[in-house]
Design a protein around this ligand. Sequence first.
Ligand SMILES: Cc1cc2nc3c(=O)[nH]c(=O)nc-3n(C[C@H](O)[C@H](O)[C@H](O)COP(=O)(O)OP(=O)(O)OC[C@H]3O[C@@H](n4cnc5c(N)ncnc54)[C@H](O)[C@@H]3O)c2cc1C
Length: 325
Amino acid sequence: MAEHDVFVIAEHLEGKLSDVTFEMLGKARSIASAPGGRTVAVLLGHEIIALAEQLGAADQVLYLEDAGLRNFIPERAEQALRSLLQNEKPALTMIASTSMGMDLAAALSAALDWPLIAYCSDARLEDGKIVATSQIYGGKIAVETVSESATTLVSVLAGVFPASEGHADKPAPIQTIFGAANEGRVRFKGLTVPDAGDVDITRETLLVSVGRGIGSKDNIEIVEELANNLGASLSASRPIIDSGWLPKQRQVGKSGLTVKPKLYMAVGISGAPEHLQGMKDAELIIAINSDAGAPIFEVADYGIVGDLFDIVPALSERIAEVRAK
Ligand SMILES: Cc1cc2nc3c(=O)[nH]c(=O)nc-3n(C[C@H](O)[C@H](O)[C@H](O)COP(=O)(O)OP(=O)(O)OC[C@H]3O[C@@H](n4cnc5c(N)ncnc54)[C@H](O)[C@@H]3O)c2cc1C
């Protein structure tokens, strides 16, 4: 009985489940709360029962165990999931809108001939139909889509639901399904992890981020000095990276990295949706911008409206004084 079931395809890399898996699980539980609905986590891999045990927020875990699923190969994952989904026919299947998930969701949609609603920031069950909100044009427009199908796939943006809702103290019942993978035509050769550079901004607790308002590469040193005085690391918006002023590993946002520091100070950053996507969950956001109408102020806890070339050196000096005491 799958009429109200919500399936979540768990995503993992190098022995760790990604945050978005727990974010989807928490959301899935609220959607599947309709009578008869179950939240089912689906995990693909090899010798990763310990990960299956972490998916306790689901009512059940289906663990597709096969040596051929040891590494993520979209073709194999799609084949393994295709028959499972065909048999189970869940009302909704949630897949992360990540580089892995985007491959998988599109392939499954084509193979199963099920509709896929992509870039979703919300999904719900309404009068027996799946209604999902997609962020399109880089998040500038939100579109609500009603699926007319009894089985719908959605790809879910990372960071839109709280991961805390998807964690549980105890494991859920795990059903292990062996031999799910076919040989396929694609082989896994190796994982190339991008060089994190000298600093991994996703792990930093204090970030000072510089945007196009800085004007030139030479000016970045005043923001760097502020970061140093604060004991923070330097990150940036995309134009700074595209100009070659800082390395790619420092980019925050949709096509960069998602950060959740305790403090995020945005200097000369307008707050475009693609930037906000990568930093809006920071615990405390401080923005410095000369334009009082800049969208960054909508997410900032504290805002300073003014010229960064006046504010940043003054702030830097004051922080250095206080820290020297
Ligand atoms: C598919 C896609 C993916 C993208 N991915 C990302 C991403 O990952 N990360 C990202 O950041 N962007 C991304 N973008 C780009 C994004 O849309 C914006 O163009 C970008 O975030 C703008 O960067 P910014 O705020 O630094 O520059 P701007 O939007 O130009 O803003 C500069 C700000 O500085 C302020 N300013 C100017 N002078 C001063 C001064 N003297 N003192 C104080 N303030 C001043 C201005 O008022 C303005 O608000 C993406 C876009 C697309 C289409």
